[in-house]
Design a protein around this ligand. Sequence first.
Ligand code: NAP
Length: 288
Amino acid sequence: MAAQTGKAMLAGVIGRPVGHSLSPALHEYWLKKYGIDGAYIPLDVPEGAFNDVLKTLSLLGFRGANVTIPYKEQAFAAVSGMDEMARISGAVNTLVRQENGNFYGKNTDIPGFLENLRTGDVAPEKLRHAAILGAGGAARGIAAGLAMAGCPEITLLNRTREKAEILAQTLMEKGVSAIFHIKDWEARTEILGGIDLLVNTTQLGMLGQMPLEIDLATLPAAAAVCDIVYNPLVTPLLKDAAARGHKTVEGLGMLLHQAVPGFEAWFGVKPEVTGELHDIIAAMIAPC
Ligand code: NAP
């Protein structure tokens, strides 16, 4: 409705596919809540067209866009400036149009992850040793974010060990200071004794994927467990951790919190992540 005024502020999400993206519902909720004349549009961009689409969005006066798989690295290469989180992670998930028509790049997955931990009563700056399962795009940002928040020791475990080694090396070359330990994927149960946060960044445990096999018996009682997989909302890993009395942090919160800086930059209001918003988006993931 609002977009039909002809004056609506425009933003969207660029990806392929984007049909499954929850971001339009999230931003439309906030636009309505704050009475903003704006629209947030899913943009299914064909392979090879990313840079042309950016030019077109700029010409059309789009305030910016989110960028999702498979375009976060192309966005990193296309922007004319970027924040520290984007520089370190090598990925841009939020574009903000500047006055000259170029796009500035941000990585809001990292602050989104950290804010989600805080909301779950886990203070990243107090962590002593975190273990991250996986070494893909999400793990890279999460490892960087935890280190930058002050976690001094991080153990990385990935099915393809070499990728974890490259990840640690890349972060250190970019000036991220933490002690990185690389362990074999098979050692994931053995390393739990000395950590205070376990984060799953693989898709294991996601609906339709294989389960994550890990025995939490040796995880210290005070350690927290976070799973960035949000479908199901409460993954088998989180269920197991909660049953053993660990603090748990769901992945959906990361998705909600990463959206805040983009909305604020495009539409001028810092939106709130509320329980109501959580429940609306959760219902889209797991309809009753
Ligand atoms: P990605 O770059 O493709 O990385 C996938 C990771 O999972 C890799 O480390 C991969 O190991 C590992 N993996 C895949 N299949 C495996 C298996 N059978 N056994 C062991 N490890 C396996 O993906 P991503 O972008 O990092 O995303 C990962 C997950 O995080 C997805 O489920 C995504 O939906 C979720 N995510 C959530 C949020 C949020 O806001 N909550 C944000 C971003 C991502 P190899 O290197 O050995 O292949």
